[in-house]
Structures are given as C-alpha cells and as structure tokens.
Design a binder for this molecule. Sequence first.
Ligand code: FDA
Length: 330
Amino acid sequence: MATKSAVSDAAERAMRSTLLTLSHRHALGTLATRVPITRPMVRRFVAGETLDEVLPAIGRLGEQGMHTTVDVLGESVTHETDARAASARYLAVLDALAAGGHDRNVSCKPSQMGLAISPALARENIGAIVARAVETGAFVRIDMEAHATTDATLALWQDVRPTGLEPPVDPADGPDVGIVIQAALRRSDRDVDAIIEAGGRVRLCKGAYKEPSEVAYPEKAEVDEAYGRLMIRLLRNSRYPAIATHDVRLIKRAVQVAKAEGISRSSFEFQMLYGVRRDIQEQLVGAGWRVRVYVPFGGQWYPYFMRRLAERPANVSFLLRNMWRERGRG
Ligand code: FDA
C-alpha cells in the first residue's frame, strides 16, 4: 500500500502539472486578469501594474539592503508589434532606473521579445535593450524559458553580449548581459561548462517549466542534486554567479562552501523572487550576503503567477480561501 507521503507527493506533482498546463491557456489568462478577486494574492508576487507603482517598491527594497532586477511581465508574444512594444517598455524602465538612482538591472524573456516569431526579431529587440543598458551602465539578464527554446536563447545571448567594454569596478554592475541555467535540464552540466569557458555570467535556478523526462529530471531530489553540483561549480569557477533559489538547504550549502573556500561575499549573489521567503531574504542581508530580488510588474501576470502557484501547492489553498472570503462579501 502507498504511504501517506507517497500519496501526497503524487497529489502535489499532479497539482503542479495541472497548474503549469493552465499557465499556457491564454483565454483563462485574459479572464483571470479581469477578475478582481485574485488581486490580493497576485500582489504578493507582482509589485504593481505600472512603472509608477513598481519604482517605490524597488526603493523600499533598496532601503532594506536588497539589490533588485526588474521584469516587465509578458511572454509568448505572437505579434511583431507586441514584441517591439515590450522592448520599448524596457527602454523606459532602464531610463527610469537610471534617473531615479536605482539598481540598473533588468530581466527579460526571449518569447516576449518575439523569439517564436523569429530569432532575428528577438535579437533586434533585445539588442536595443542592451544598447540602452550600455548607455546607462545597466545589466540585462535573459531569462530561460521551456527547453525547446534553450539553444535559441543561448545563441541569442552570444549574439547580444557587448564586447570591448571595461570590466566594472563591482562585478555585480553592468553593462553586461547574463544568462540563466535550469538545473532541472539534463543538458545543463554541458551548458554550464561552455558558459564558464566563454566568461559568461550565470543565474542558476531549478527550472519553472513542465518538461518531458527525456530532457529533464522528473524527480525533485534529482533536480536538487543537480542544483547543488552546478552551484558549487559556478561558485568555484565562474564570474559572479547568481544563486537563485529559496531552498534553505541549498542556500546553507552555498554559504558553507563560500566560507570554507574563501569565496568572497562580493563575488556572487543570492537571488529570490519578489514576495517569496522574505524572511530568508532579510536574514541573508542581515548576515552580510548579497541578495537580489526579482521584481516583476505589469498587467500580463497570469502565466508568471500560475508558475508561482505551481511551485507551492499551499499557495493554491491560500488563494481559494481568499476567493471564498471575497465571494462571501460580494
Ligand atoms: P523549491 O521549489 O524546492 O522551493 C524551496 C522552498 O522555497 C519551498 O519549500 C518554499 O518554502 C519556497 N518557495 C518556492 N517557491 C515558492 C512560491 N512560489 N511561493 C511560496 N514559497 C515558495 N525559472 C526558469 O525556468 N527560468 C528563469 O529564468 C527563472 N528565473 C528565476 C529568477 C529568480 C531570481 C528566481 C528565484 C527563480 C527563477 N526561476 C526561473 C524559478 C525557478 O526555476 C524555480 O521555479 C523557483 O525558484 C522555485 O524553486 P526553488 O529553487 O525556490 O526551490
């Protein structure tokens, strides 16, 4: 007979898989963004709908000693005009960050820049962002999406990396372009080696997409194991890696390795998502480690929000409780 924990693990996996499938349903997304009852929960993960709303949130994080990277929500764009408009929004963000004296650091998605329409369009759109980043001294991170886009995203990163610039005084600063590696993918050991060889800056995450077992580890324990292995390789050998996880066990391991091997606190950073494990974010900053918070904003929050729900089933019951309460009021 299956044990209770095996049953709940299976239920959790099924819930995660359903939520990730629903995250691609555009019609549901359009509906969800028009229904106000999900708003309080969404606001936990999304800093605002407009640039005017997000800048004070960034300022508050800065006052708490956190670094930030700003994400303009949007993905899976199918029209060229939308991709160009998304690129233009990033230019406005970079200008506003520079003008406000904020951390100049943004993260963007290839599919938002038009990768599915054509790699050339995505290159042009991200190229424009990188050109403005060079002007304003900003860092651009290209997020990684589902495995079918990994090769194209790595190629995009190679194409838009600025060359011939002086290295910044603080390695956290721009202008530069970084990439993301997902520990869940079986190919990531190879990719990490190639990026280290190319002198690139990596953000290591576990991977937020639903992937087939031919390309990704199906078991969480395997993903965690791969994360630990890649994390240590990056800490030892790469230029200013970003350890992006809320997994306390892995964070403690990174701290332990850094202390034991004399890896300086200014040669890497932890990264976490806005609204997730704020307690650990504060503890790390209090202990003198660098933390960067990924701050998303904008109206197109649905797929991002669904991935956050999928990561922690307890979020779903919290959302349902909220919706029930609101329904009672209405
Ligand atoms: P894990 O899922 O094991 O969670 C560890 C603990 O963290 C949980 O037990 C819980 O306490 C807490 N936690 C995690 N997620 C939570 C949530 N949503 N709500 C509440 N608590 C939560 N992915 C990707 O595919 N491409 C990308 O480009 C990026 N970029 C990125 C940037 C940054 C800064 C971060 C932190 C993460 C990403 N990700 C990502 C997402 C990443 O792949 C992964 O899905 C999430 O970080 C969750 O995995 P953890 O490493 O936190 O571990």
